[in-house]
Design a protein around this ligand. Structure first.
Ligand SMILES: N[C@@H](CCC(=O)N[C@@H](CS)C(=O)NCC(=O)O)C(=O)O
Length: 247
């Protein structure tokens, strides 16, 4: 997208046409607003590998909000050169009209705030942020298991499941179930609308269930939560049509 077509489009859309307005006032106002929205919409570019991984929650937020973005997926040959251009040498990276924002949870939180997936007020937002942080603690405590589970690193998957995954799972997940899901009749972690923390949790359950179908048998509430979140129409459509990757 260049500046030139946008600015001329904007100028055209701002020329008031009284005849058209009197004939079709509602349509006229609608198309005026649409042209204005399009011309002022930021350009979003989200760069990551061709994986769901740390970019998927942000991609899901774009899908839920119906906001267009550039889903830039690098292959491993492209990575070394791109790495030099990033603030911290890692991806995901979000560019908003060229300004770089790094760190997956920061990106997700930023989009959630912009698009309205971070609770109904600042108290709910803080609770949702704390849940996102605790979900990251949970991921970090079992980070040596995940690459082995996915076959990316050698190791005894069954032994690590018992030694690392089960204790970490049973330390964190009951808290999410008992203190949040069971207490909220809306079926989300917090409040009455899906949040980016719900997306983080549902994505984790979904990735693990593909490889470990019985991993959450003890926690049917988490499976129900994943189904509820991933059945939201815009999200369902994204999940059905997104590039197919194992995680
Ligand atoms: N805390 C960072 C971690 C980012 C991270 O570990 N990115 C990995 C891909 S998942 C990466 O860029 N690896 C390539 C490298 O470090 O050269 C975040 O959540 O964004």
């Amino acid at each position: 997208m260049t500046d030139q077509p946008n600015s001329s489009k904007n100028a055209d859309s701002e020329k008031f046409n009284p005849k058209e307005f009197l004939m079709h006032p509602i349509n006229y106002i609608r198309s005026f607003c649409a042209a204005k929205d399009e011309s002022t919409m930021p350009h979003y570019k989200l760069t990551y590998f061709d994986l769901r991984g740390r970019a998927e929650v942000s991609r899901q937020l774009f899908a839920l909000a119906g906001v267009p973005y550039e889903d830039n997926r690098l292959n491993f040959e492209q990575w070394p050169a791109f790495k030099q251009t990033t603030p911290f040498g890692q991806i995901p990276l979000l560019e908003v009209d060229g300004t770089m924002i790094a760190q997956s949870i920061t990106i997700a939180r930023f989009l959630a705030r912009r698009f309205g997936y971070i609770g109904a007020n600042d108290i709910e937002a803080a609770q949702i942020d704390s849940l996102a942080d605790v979900i990251m603690d949970y991921h970090n405590e079992q980070k040596h298991f995940f690459p082995v589970l996915m076959g990316r690193m050698p190791g005894d998957k069954d032994a690590l499941y018992k030694e690392i995954y089960e204790p970490v799972r049973d330390k964190y997940l009951p808290i999410l179930v008992e203190k949040f899901l069971k207490k909220n009749p809306n079926g989300y972690l917090i409040g009455s609308k899906v949040s980016y923390a719900d997306l983080m949790l549902a994505e984790h359950i979904s990735v693990y269930m593909n490889v470990l179908p019985n991993a959450f048998d003890k926690y049917p509430e988490l499976i129900a939560h994943k189904e509820k979140v991933q059945s939201l129409p815009a999200l369902k459509q994204w999940i059905e049509t997104r590039p197919k990757t194992s995680y």
